[in-house]
Design a protein around this ligand. Structure first.
Ligand code: MRU
Length: 346
């Protein structure tokens, strides 16, 4: 299976998602700042994938710190972690992964600077391996929700490319296919970065899973025609009450699902659930460069002087969510108590 990101010879290598599907190129990061740039410029994107990238990025940064003194090392390492956390604001997996790396540094300081460095490298790779296993577990639970011959609509890319591998929403689709079900996917193209048209379509085609791309504004048409049986999306952050931040446009699809009585599922690892915030109102929404909207392939498509707004995510209130699929099981409403219970369980 394709590798979204890997640690190779003390470098971080990632498939360049800006170039897909026309070119299969790789970005090689030798320092943590190039990992930050890759995250900001969407060479790597998707909540779990940027979590893995952030962990590898801070490990890379740690390796380059030249000192034997633990206090100097920690001061520099903590500064790198702060810089990494501010790369993108919405996906909580980024902060989650960096926090986990800091805890490793805390717990291994008795091993000396070199000892901490090697544990950090190990931990980053562990986060990657765990992510793939988590996606497979999510797939096993989630596929039960899909009947044979289901037509599934998805928004953005929540597949192997958005994770360490296999995918969250697309992991559920993959698992259903592996269980022998015939599944067809309708992929919203997902303006403006076209994660659906370029990435979801590419990876499903590579895996031999039938996929058709539709424009974002055609989703209502297909749902109204009865051509969608279920909607499955990923998430960038889920609040304690079950409100879900995901790619801009997700909310529209969720409202359509409710109107047409189609299940709207969210597949996300526990690391995407931010128990520290009560509701989606507290989720910071990344505002990206207006050029992503005003220009297409380097050419301006909007009249000069007309501004554009480019929020990268929206929040779907929990009342529109039929179920959240996690690696610990499927959660149905009421989410608040069930999410709390799931965090408490081992
Ligand atoms: O801006 P992106 O491409 O990083 O946004 C990604 C999404 O919104 C995904 O749906 C989400 O991160 C879930 S990925 C498993």
């Amino acid at each position: 299976m394709l590798k979204t990101i890997e640690w190779k010879d003390n470098q971080v290598v990632m498939i360049d998602q800006r170039k897909l599907p026309l070119q299969e190129r790789y970005v090689v990061c030798k320092g943590y700042r190039s990992v930050i740039r890759a995250i900001q410029e969407l060479a790597i994107r998707g909540a779990p994938a940027i979590g893995v990238a952030a962990a590898m990025g801070v490990a890379l940064g740690a390796l380059k710190i030249r000192t034997n003194r633990m206090d100097h090392f920690r001061a520099r390492f903590d500064a790198i972690c702060r810089e990494m956390v501010s790369a993108r604001p919405t996906a909580v997996n980024l902060a989650w992964a960096v926090e986990r790396m800091k805890q490793v540094a805390d717990g291994t300081s008795h091993k000396g600077v070199e000892g901490v460095k090697s544990r950090l490298v190990e931990e980053a790779q562990k986060i990657l391996d765990e992510d793939i296993a988590i996606n497979r577990a999510m797939g096993r639970y989630g596929q039960r929700l899909l009947k044979d011959k289901s037509r599934v609509l998805t928004h953005c890319n929540a597949g192997a490319l958005a994770t360490g591998g296999y995918g969250t929403a697309l992991g559920v689709v993959r698992a259903a296919v592996e269980a022998g079900k015939r599944i067809e996917v309708l992929a919203d193209e997902t303006r403006p970065f076209l994660q659906g048209a370029r990435l979801t379509a590419w990876e499903l085609k590579e895996s031999g899973i039938p996929v058709t791309v539709i424009t974002d504004n055609a989703a209502g048409y297909f749902i109204q025609q009865g051509k969608v049986d279920a909607i499955i999306v990923g998430a960038d952050r889920i609040a304690a009450n079950g409100d879900v931040a995901n790619k801009i446009g997700t909310y529209m699809v969720a409202v359509l699902a409710r109107t047409h009585k189609i299940p709207f599922y969210v597949a996300a690892p526990m690391s995407t659930i931010d128990g520290s915030i009560k509701s989606g109102k507290e989720i910071p929404i990344e505002q990206r460069d207006e050029k992503e909207v005003t220009h297409f392939q380097g050419k301006r498509t909007v009249p000069v002087g007309v501004p554009a707004e480019n929020p990268a995510f929206d929040v779907t209130p929990h009342r529109y969510v039929s179920a959240i699929i996690t690696e610990k099981g499927i959660i149905t409403p009421p989410f608040k108590t069930k999410i709390r219970r799931l965090f408490a369980s081992k």
